[in-house]
Design a protein around this ligand. Sequence first.
Ligand code: ATP
Ligand code: MG
Length: 431
Amino acid sequence: MALITKKIKGTEDVLPKQSYRWQFIENIMREESRAYGFREIRTPVFEHTELFARGVGQTTDVVQKEMYTFDTKGGESVTLRPEGTAGAARAVLEHALENEGLPIKASYFVSCYRYEKPQAGRLREFHQFGIEEYGTQSPVADAEIICLAQSVLDRLGLGDVRLELNSIGCPECRANYNRALREYFSQYKEQLCDTCLSRLEKNPMRLLDCKSPEDHKIAEGAPRITDFLCEECESHFREVQKYLDSAGVEYTVNPTIVRGLDYYTKTVFEFVTDCIGAQGTVCGGGRYDGLIEELGGRHMPSLGFAMGLERILMVMDAQGVEIPQPEGCALYIATMGDAAKLKAFGLLAQVRRCGLVAETDVVGRGLRPQMKYADKIGAKYSIVLGDNEIAENKAKVKNMQSGEQTELALDDTFAEKFSVLHLSDAAAFKI
Ligand code: ATP
Ligand code: MG
């Protein structure tokens, strides 16, 4: 039978030798979100298509062109999640989480699915870390989640990432702004791409977000939302900036940032870098005060952000940020004969209970290939266990780097003594 060895276009594997990089960034994201009082939410990878149509928005690229939608055998239309907010919002409503007190604060790690043109930093399956906060209209919450995103990026060691901030107002200020935009873009009807033309009536703000270079140029001269904000939105925007200033978070106001989803209101922001090419937005977020109502709930102002994990790793690579390798194998026990094999099994269990990585032969190799394997996996210590060692109930533990040998009894104290040896050498040799 022919081997199936090709992954689906736009998907990536994370191999065992690379996964520590993912775990490193995920751990920092978990720790930082915890420090700000967010707890993780996990929702299904697929949902009713209707949820995304309403929760992401009919006029978005995501809903119009990018969703993986299919009918189940039961004839239901379901969609692989293209983002994490809609599922979290659905869960908040379904489980009436508001009864547990407001604001509801959740963080998530999700795989997302979008049928886009694959290129560097743009995949069809990609991963996001995100934050959701429901039930607060305070600008302090906006500033707080931005600080959280900034702390994550700082702790990851990323440089040259700028924060771009904007307010897209509320439906009231947007009505005037949309009118001004329609007027402006109508002058360029001949030059606009088809997608933009179709959005001119329904959602002209989307034209500011068009990826086509020609349209982008036209968008640069468009009226600016910041000139159309109502008093309440304007003051909210000022407050957000005041709090960011007080936390020492730097930003620039960029009136062309509108974000990809329909239900954004007031604050929107992106963290952008120029070091990984065109797909330089590593994090995007803002307020979506209308979302919960759109899904059938009561008015519940909400906000959040999402970071693209693949893009974060690309930036770290491009900037040469070192990611610490996890502890490797501390002890490899090579065995000769069945009695040694059995003894090794018990010793390894002891060592592993001390939190150290320990391995032995599970392939049935001879002594030499076993030692070769120990070298290959970078084992720090090794023991050769044969009939003699078992008869004397002690063995020499060899430091693979220095060659130094230490004799240890093969009894109940073995793991404890090995740990001490490992620790003292770790200090001396920096292994
Ligand atoms: P873009 O403008 O790059 O298409 P977006 O506005 O569609 O991004 P969001 O829906 O806000 O992106 O998703 C948040 C983050 O997820 C983005 O800032 C980016 O880091 C990442 N992301 C989005 N789409 C992809 C993709 N197809 N492949 C990899 N990462 C992605
Ligand atoms: Mg996109």
